[in-house]
Design a protein around this ligand. Structure first.
Ligand SMILES: C[S@@+](CC[C@H](N)C(=O)[O-])C[C@H]1O[C@@H](n2cnc3c(N)ncnc32)[C@H](O)[C@@H]1O
Length: 405
């Protein structure tokens, strides 16, 4: 059967702990759930399905199409099994490919050795069948293979994304401590913002949260911002069919926002970077940018969500300064954000205690290896210091508002 018609398991990797969002996204595309873990969701489909996944997913990193599962005890067995696969049918003529891997096998001390055996098997097979040896190297801009090898179990995948999907291509100016795009999208989805009210993002830095929020509200497939994916470098790729899928995705996207997206930062250079990134994403006219302290961010009537990603503090001096900043966040929520849901994304829960409001939910995330939380606060209208004034289920202000943690 031709490669593009075969149905196979498809593994979609994601930053740790965001599988709940990714699962929903995969289900929305009508694809089944086969399995999941903290850092992947497994579905099933054809290579054509991987085009839709690569274009649409907000929270996936790599879309891996399973070619073969087999047993290999060492490098020679790996080479032998891979050499038997019809690589000449998978890679385009005069192709270039690279290999990435995740290896945990007792005979392999350096995963680069496994990658090399894999490269040799593929290139030797193609040379034997066609007379020409394909080029290979580290660039992920063309065909990418991914080898998973744990104990004796091997799986070889086509990485249909190539570069990770978090590289949307709009963040030309990353600014300081930017959030990865897929993580920012997962934070937007986790807030449950429906796109109707306002999405207010003080401390916007390079604007990742605001851009992802606007893309979500426009129902714009983030992959439309990219013009290169791994699947484009596979034999049998049909550019016309791909352009048609892109056209359909573009047509499904709105031109104007139903609600408002407001991004602010006190640093004019951060706002300039965010504005430029938004322009690259085609959103400059749709996001309202303001240079101001977070406490002065305009918060429109009508409700919505307010999301902040303050620094977490690496040095002691920073921590002292940040204690005051975090206390100020609580004041800002109480003073200016009534009727909204407030969210703080932080990797420092001690600092978060300074906010002094009781959290309604604490959603776990990882920013790289740093364990983080998205803290949710329901900011009811009016002053509600007396618990008896609260609507059912609401939480009163914490009494230790200004106490030390
Ligand atoms: C961790 S960064 C945010 C990164 C952002 N999520 C991104 O993806 O680029 C924190 C931002 O808060 C801003 N900031 C710090 N203190 C502030 C304050 N008092 N008012 C407004 N912005 C502030 C900094 O300029 C910085 O851009």
């Amino acid at each position: 059967m031709p490669l593009w018609k075969i149905k196979r398991p498809i593994l979609i990797t994601c930053p740790k702990a965001i599988t709940p969002c990714l699962k929903d996204e995969v289900a929305a595309l009508g694809l089944p759930l086969r399995s999941e873990s903290a850092a992947f969701v497994e579905t099933e489909g054809t290579l054509t399905d991987t085009i839709a996944l690569n274009l649409s997913l907000r929270t996936g990193q790599h879309v891996l199409f399973l070619l073969k599962e087999f047993q290999a005890r060492d490098g020679d067995e790996l080479y032998g099994a891979l050499r038997r696969l019809p690589w000449e049918d998978y890679l385009p003529r005069k192709g270039y490919f690279s290999v990435t891997s995740s290896v945990d096998n007792p005979t392999i001390r350096d995963s680069r050795f496994a990658n090399l055996r894999c490269k040799d098997a593929v290139a030797d097979r193609i040379r034997q069948k066609t007379g020409a040896r394909p080029d290979s190297g580290p660039s992920r801009a063309r065909t990418v293979l991914h080898l998973f090898w744990k104990a004796d179990l091997c799986r070889i995948y086509l990485d249909t994304s190539g570069e990770p999907l978090s590289r949307r291509g709009y963040r030309k100016i990353p600014w300081k401590a930017p959030m990865q795009e897929t993580l920012a999208a997962a934070v937007v989805l986790a807030t449950g913002w429906d796109g109707q009210g306002a999405f207010v993002n003080p401390m916007c830095g390079s604007g990742t949260l605001a851009v992802e929020a606007a893309l979500f509200a426009l129902e714009r497939a983030p992959g439309l911002l990219r013009n290169n994916f791994g699947f484009m470098h596979l034999a049998g790729f049909d550019p016309a069919a791909y352009q048609e899928i892109r056209r359909v995705a573009r047509r499904a996207s709105h031109r104007s926002l139903p609600g408002r997206v407001i991004a602010s930062d006190r640093d004019p250079d951060a706002v300039a970077a965010a504005r430029k990134n938004a322009a690259t994403a085609g959103l400059e006219e749709l996001i309202e940018f303001v240079v101001c302290d977070f406490g002065d961010t305009p918060v429109p009537e009508g409700g919505g969500v307010v999301v902040l990603n303050p620094e977490y503090g690496q040095r002691l001096g920073d921590l002292k300064r940040l204690e005051a900043v975090y206390a100020g966040l609580g004041d800002f929520f109480k003073r200016s954000c009534q009727g909204y849901r407030g969210y703080i994304f932080t990797g420092n829960l001690d600092l978060a205690k300074r906010i002094g409001l009781r959290t309604r939910r604490r959603i776990p995330f990882f920013n790289g290896s740093i364990e983080c939380r998205l803290l949710e606060y329901e900011l009811y209208p009016g002053s509600r210091k007396n618990p008896e004034d609260l609507p059912p289920g609401a939480l009163p202000e914490s009494p230790q508002r200004h106490s030390k943690p």
